[in-house]
Design a protein around this ligand. Structure first.
Ligand code: DGL
Length: 272
């Protein structure tokens, strides 16, 4: 039986999921989190669904071995192809992904039902956002676009400037100009929130930008309470960082995504 004092496990293909961790910590400051970034195998977004399911299962197994009470799949690509497998394999461990919460955020934001979704190649190809949005808003009209280069730019720390803006215009101009009714841009990838300021300039203030982080935190908070698994008001929150490759790079790039400094010494190297 899971105990309320056990940690919440969260994994991503790399450091991008730290944008989700940031929202979780903000919402649930008393929880203990274990964050695993599978940096040795990043990116997941260009890999086959079979590989992503295998990697995700290994990452989840490792966290389950750490005694977690809840699993958060922060990676959109992993959530889109591996969530069902993970739920079945690790039952009764509760597992939440970021697709449903992201779709919910987009549907709540859009008045016209015309939504642009940007994500990795794997996430767009798998159709998980398309299905999740259609289930909530059957008349939704979607423009989807795989924006693989954004992952590399964000990893490089290039979040502003002419190269990023030019890349964003190239990816986004067509969908946005072809459908002037688009009134929401959903960031369906962990790496994209750090590009938000640039994306705002490209799509214009008329189009709000939403992502999964805050809705995922809200879903987790509600479910922890429903299952009586939430941390007690006296528990101190903490984070343990695990990575499958270079702690130094995790700390350097991860600090940008988390919005606060991560020291290389805090990152434990693990083998899945
Ligand atoms: N974490 C991935 C996602 O959210 C982006 C990086 C990758 O391709 O692994 O889809």
């Amino acid at each position: 039986m899971s105990s309320a004092t056990a940690p919440v496990g969260i994994f991503d293909s790399g450091v991008g999921g730290l944008t989700v961790l940031q929202a979780l910590r903000h919402r649930l400051p008393r929880e203990r989190f274990i964050y695993l970034g599978d940096t040795a195998r990043l990116p997941y977004g260009t890999k086959s669904a079979e590989s992503v399911v295998r990697y995700s299962t290994q990452a989840a197994s490792f966290l389950v071995g750490c005694g977690i009470k809840y699993l958060v799949v922060a990676c959109n690509t992993a959530s889109s192809v591996a969530l069902k497998d993970l739920r079945e394999r690790f039952e009764p461990l509760p597992v939440v992904g970021v697709i449903e919460p992201g779709a919910q955020a987009a549907c709540e934001s859009s008045r016209s039902g015309h939504i642009a979704v940007i994500a990795t190649e794997g996430t767009i190809r798998g159709g998980a956002y398309q299905n999740a949005i259609a289930a909530k808003l059957p008349n939704a009209v979607l423009a989807t676009r795989a924006c693989s280069l954004f992952v590399a730019l964000a990893e490089e720390g290039w979040t502003e400037g002419e190269i990023v803006e030019g890349t964003a215009r190239r990816y986004l101009s067509d969908p946005i100009t072809e459908d002037p009714q688009i009134d929401t841009l959903l960031l369906g990838c962990t790496h994209f929130p750090v590009l938000r300021a640039t994306l705002h300039r490209v799509v214009g203030e008329r189009v709000p930008i939403v992502d999964s982080a805050h809705t995922t935190a809200a879903v987790l908070a509600a479910d922890l309470t429903a299952r009586e698994l939430h941390a007690s008001p006296t528990q101190s929150g903490s984070v343990r960082f695990l990575a499958t490759d270079s702690g130094e790079r995790f700390a350097r790039v991860g600090s940008l995504f988390l919005g606060e400094r991560v020291a290389a010494e805090e990152v434990e190297l693990v083998d899945l």
